[in-house]
Design a protein around this ligand. Structure first.
Ligand SMILES: [Zn+2]
Ligand SMILES: [Zn+2]
Length: 350
């Protein structure tokens, strides 16, 4: 029997009688990170990293949650469990499970570049690695975040020179905190949509030092936003909520922006290929560094990624999960449609 089984409720360790990121309510859930496709409500108890606790409480309400430190080992029914940084968002962790000398690691979502907030991704040796593959195609090849942040800052400065405010579209948990930190280096006139502001408050209350932002409220006047930066989640993009910022320019921060057609499709003035997931090379190096002899791929471009691994001597298989929803996932179909057309232009986008 496999140490971790793929069930209708999610990834299940029978020896320890716990689930990892279950998509249905269970008795004991270990949570890799607080995004809604990995952290579902209704389970009796949760285990996560300390940093995830305020985020899980914000999103799931009053839950029964135990938290541990990265690298700390606990025993659950004689199964050794520990968490290791996944570099995806604040608190995001890989779950290492060891029983009878066999080791499995569940990655959750991860990125291999250290973003300075989420903790540096730690390669963990294992026999079997369960990996995501959100950007598991060779066209996804990120620039270093330093360069992307420089382009964002430049774009803001250009907008200010034109008398426009800059609306940055970024996922409320993960991308928004990274972008904020960078934007705060050049301006202190930063506003945030309620969803981003709430996340910010939960983190500040938990002791995080984050740059100050002001929440956008209905009593604010148009003049208040002049030449400012507004950070908003994708759900606010294109809605009447945006009108108060006129004149403004919209910049979308998402890995999908690597493909030009998606910038047009989103009606964005600028696209920044900034992602909280590993790019193609990041995925491959992560898998290789685990030394795993078997890899299961949970979500994203599973077929392409597992085919590549199989062709390169690492046994890989796709598994069906319910991951891939909250962030980074919604533009996948359009990417697939356009990837052939855009594959040649993706590189020279500036
Ligand atoms: Zn995620
Ligand atoms: Zn995910």
């Amino acid at each position: 029997m496999q140490l971790i089984e793929f069930t209708d409720n999610g990834l299940y360790c029978r020896a320890g009688d716990f689930y990892i990121d279950p998509w249905r309510p269970v008795n004991k859930a270990i949570i890799t990170h607080a995004h809604s496709d990995h952290a579902k409500p209704g389970s009796n108890s949760y285990l996560c990293h300390h940093f995830s606790t305020p985020l899980l409480k914000l999103r799931l309400g009053d839950i029964n949650v135990q938290s541990i430190e990265w690298g700390e080992t606990i025993l659950i029914n004689n199964v050794k469990v520990s968490l290791h940084p996944a570099g995806h968002i604040i608190g995001s962790s890989q779950v290492r499970v060891e029983y009878n000398g066999e080791v499995w690691v569940v990655s959750g979502d991860y990125k291999t570049e250290d973003d300075g907030i989420s903790g540096a991704f730690e390669p963990v040796r294992c026999n079997t690695f369960i990996s995501e593959s959100t950007f598991g195609l060779p066209i996804y090849n990120w620039k270093p975040q330093k360069e992307i942040f420089k382009s964002i800052q430049q774009w803001i400065t250009e907008n200010q020179a034109k008398g426009q405010s800059s609306v940055i579209i970024a996922y409320s948990l993960g991308k928004a905190q990274r972008v904020l930190k960078s934007v705060a280096e050049i301006t202190d006139k930063i506003f945030a949509h309620g969803a981003i502001w709430n996340t910010q408050q939960a983190l500040i209350n938990a002791g995080w030092k984050l740059p100050p932002v002001e929440r956008v409220t209905s009593d604010m006047k148009k003049e208040d936003f002049k030449n400012s930066v507004i950070i908003a989640p994708p759900s606010a993009d294109g809605t009447s909520w945006m009108k108060r910022f006129t004149p403004y320019s919209v910049g979308v921060c998402s890995g999908w922006m690597q493909v030009r057609g998606n910038v047009r499709r989103r009606n964005a003035d600028a696209g920044f290929a900034l992602s909280d997931h590993a790019d193609w090379n990041g995925l491959i190096s992560a898998v290789k560094n685990t030394g795993a002899e078997k890899v299961f791929v949970t979500h994203g471009f599973q077929a392409a990624f597992s085919r590549y691994l199989n062709e390169n001597g690492i046994e890989a298989a796709e598994i069906k999960t319910e991951y891939g929803g909250e962030e980074e996932e919604q533009e996948k179909s359009s990417t697939t449609e356009t990837q052939d057309k855009e594959i040649n232009t993706a590189e020279d986008k500036e």
